[in-house]
Design a protein around this ligand. Structure first.
Ligand SMILES: Cc1cc2nc3c(=O)[nH]c(=O)nc-3n(C[C@H](O)[C@H](O)[C@H](O)COP(=O)(O)O)c2cc1C
Length: 370
């Protein structure tokens, strides 16, 4: 699983600065992570990233157990490189999923919500590399204390569930607070950003939105064009999707919910539930029990509960089925700085080439090899 060859013509001599603790820990060539994204980081995207020398992470949060087994098999058929799987620590069958990662010899267990100490210990005992995603310094300190191997630190500008502190502040804060490798996330898209993260003391970068907008991602082409048309001001941090702050495109369902009064929200949420029940194969019973559990666990309002129950369908309808009018599209603010759809290999190669050039510019005498 190790010993990747350097792709021809890219970086014959990778600067030492780009060989970080994260490369060593994950067993990958470059300090670039493609993060877990529900419905987006599927087997194909994960395989493409792994084959391009980065750490690809399969999103398992919205997959059934059987779908997860199939996705892992598919990745292993497409690459012999290491990869990760993003698990929801609050899922009822989380232990069974960890057992699967162990038996399938998956390298990295990534967590969407901070896992408990016991779960981290179980992963570590079996040799998994444990990398939770966190959005606040105290969470990083907590998981580091429990034995996590590294953390992905997501600043507020990042896509999906996110906190309020920007990457430029959160990253140095966490680097100073923990000794394990820190991977910066939220707002990264190019080689300058990679070098900037390293300057803050990070061991690499993780990107979501940038990988969503590659030719290897399963998102519908028309939806990728919608993302490309958006500016940095076209995202909104909303609690209206599932009760937890989430950064999404200001479009379709979210726009309507954000501007509705309370009763209006409930009506819209209910209408959405009816629409999604029609186009999905999830039963009313399943939707309602998931919603009630979330209302109880997360203190949601009724309209948030109704929305939360069908959040997975909101994502799937927009991203995969192109229903941008009724669905929800998670995104980072970085969407406003992205204007093309490269392959994962093109993206990673150009980030490394640019980071190498930037390092050469910053340290002309002593530094990077040319
Ligand atoms: C469409 C989308 C779906 C996401 N789904 C998940 C998820 O299921 N689990 C998770 O840990 N993070 C999820 N995230 C957050 C990303 O993993 C990543 O941390 C974030 O996108 C980084 O910020 P960036 O978009 O500025 O690169 C999602 C992000 C996006 C854009």
């Amino acid at each position: 699983m190790t010993g990747q060859a350097v792709p021809a013509g890219v970086v014959g001599d990778l600067p030492d600065a780009l060989r970080t603790r994260a490369c060593e820990l994950f067993g990958v060539q470059y300090p670039i992570v493609q993060t877990g994204m529900g419905y987006v980081s599927d087997a194909a995207l994960t395989t493409a990233t792994a084959n391009a020398g980065g750490l690809g992470i399969l999103s398992a949060g919205l997959l059934s157990y059987g779908e997860l087994v199939a996705a892992i098999d598919k990745i292993k058929a497409g690459t012999d490189k290491p990869f990760g799987v993003n698990i929801r620590a609050d899922q009822s069958d989380v232990e069974k999923r960890i057992d699967l990662l162990i038996s399938a010899e998956v390298k990295v267990a990534s967590f969407a919500l901070a896992p408990k100490e016991k779960l981290i210990a179980k992963c570590k005992d079996a040799g998994l590399v444990v990398v939770p995603s966190i959005g606040a310094r105290r969470h990083a300190e907590k998981v580091a204390g429990w034995g996590a191997d590294a953390v992905i630190v997501q600043g507020g500008e990042g896509g999906g569930h996110t906190g309020g502190v920007p990457t430029s502040l959160l990253l140095p804060q966490v680097v100073d607070a923990v000794d394990i490798p820190v991977i910066g996330a939220g707002g990264f898209f190019d080689g300058r950003g990679l070098v900037a993260a390293l300057a803050y003391g990070a061991a690499g970068i993780a990107m979501g939105t940038r990988f969503l907008l590659t030719s290897d991602s399963p998102v519908a082409d028309a939806v990728k064009q919608v993302y490309l048309s958006k500016t940095v001001n076209d995202t909104v941090l909303t609690v209206e999707v599932d009760g937890v702050p989430q950064r999404v495109l200001r479009a379709g369902t979210v726009d309507k919910l954000e501007s509705s009064s309370k009763p209006g929200r409930l009506i819209r949420a209910a209408r959405n539930a009816v629409a999604f029940h029609r186009i999905s194969d999830v039963s009313w019973k399943g939707m309602i029990s998931e919603g009630l559990a979330m209302r109880k666990n997360q203190g949601l309002t009724w309209s948030q509960m109704v929305m939360a129950a069908n959040a997975p369908m909101l994502y799937r309808s927009a991203l995969l089925e192109g229903r941008t009018d009724v669905g929800v599209m998670a995104t980072g603010q970085v969407v406003g700085l992205i204007d093309d759809i490269p392959s994962c290999a093109e993206l990673i190669n150009r980030i490394i080439a640019e980071a190498t050039a930037v390092l050469g510019r910053l340290t002309p005498a002593s530094g990077a090899h040319h």
